[in-house]
Design a protein around this ligand. Structure first.
Ligand code: MG
Length: 279
């Protein structure tokens, strides 16, 4: 975990947080290591039952194709990462509202797939989205010696805030509200529909973005429905706010549309056949 947090700290620096130290709180991982506050939000029971999963789909005629095996023309590297605590989330949203600079995508395109390039930052869509139906295929590579949250971790962050976890959860113990298909640290999947590492898997997700009143008060929370390899694992669950690593989530006002973000968690997770439909 120390190595993981070092990687995260490096990623934060790489993505330019240091220049905005006044607005975005600096996460002191060494100090936090003494009390491990992230453990307070790990839920270890119940462990979802395993089922054997199904199929893939091809895009319908009205889909926006985000990746068809060729290039990253629909993507960039964001200047700011996602937030790990609520104060961090708020600082990043404020920074992004003032500074729209982004960078060319750094992830690798090979054999019709996108491969995370560890340590180079996250991948984010050029276009912003609100309510969507998303299809995405992913592969957790076989990675001997890795375990828990360190085994093929990535994530699909709707609006850069609300994460459906990507992880090898075939035979890899972790806290269930952080396993593949969880709404990270908020909702455990109904079942574990994971395929073994090294095999392609799919998510089909319906995301309802939250709505806010003009004064910033929450009008309607976000809801998510997730099919993992064709199996329903999240049934219109209500989110409590952004999916954060430390502390309790709550809603904070943000634009009605924001880019979709794929997480660089330091592992060589692959993606292919990514499309969505705006709802
Ligand atoms: Mg993740």
């Amino acid at each position: 975990m120390t190595i993981l947090r070092s990687t995260l700290s490096l990623m934060l620096l790489l993505t330019g947080l240091s220049v905005l130290a006044q607005e975005i709180p600096v996460i002191d991982w060494e100090e936090l290591d003494k009390t491990s506050p992230w453990k307070a939000t790990e839920q270890w029971e119940p462990v979802p039952q395993k089922v054997t999963p199904g199929f893939f789909t091809t895009p319908p005629s009205d889909a926006i194709i985000l990746f068809d095996g060729r290039d990253l023309s629909q993507w960039h590297n964001p200047k700011y990462p996602y937030g790990v605590r609520m104060d961090h989330v708020k600082g990043i949203l404020a920074a992004k509202a003032k500074d729209t600079e982004v960078f060319p995508p750094t992830w690798t395109v090979k054999d019709g797939t996108i491969i995370v390039k560890p340590g180079t930052g996250h991948l984010e869509t050029n276009q912003a989205f609100g309510d969507v139906q998303l299809h995405i295929e992913w592969l957790a590579p076989v990675d001997e010696g890795k375990k828990d949250q360190g085994y093929s971790n990535s994530g699909v962050f709707f609006m850069g805030l609300y994460e459906v976890q990507i992880l090898n959860s075939y035979e890899n113990k972790t806290y269930p509200n952080g396993q593949a298909g969880s709404l990270y640290k908020q909702h455990i999947p109904l079942v574990n529909a994971s395929r073994p590492p090294g095999e392609w898997q799919s998510y089909d997700i319906v995301f309802d973005a939250p709505e806010f009143h003009d004064d910033g008060q929450l009008k309607a929370p976000a809801y998510i429905t997730v099919f993992h390899n064709g199996v329903l694992i999240q049934n219109h669950v209500e989110l409590k706010g952004p999916c954060i690593y430390i502390g309790e989530p709550s809603y904070t006002q943000h634009p009605a549309k924001l880019p979709l973000l794929l997480q660089d968690h330091g592992n060589l997770v692959r993606y292919r056949n990514i499309w969505l439909r705006e709802l």
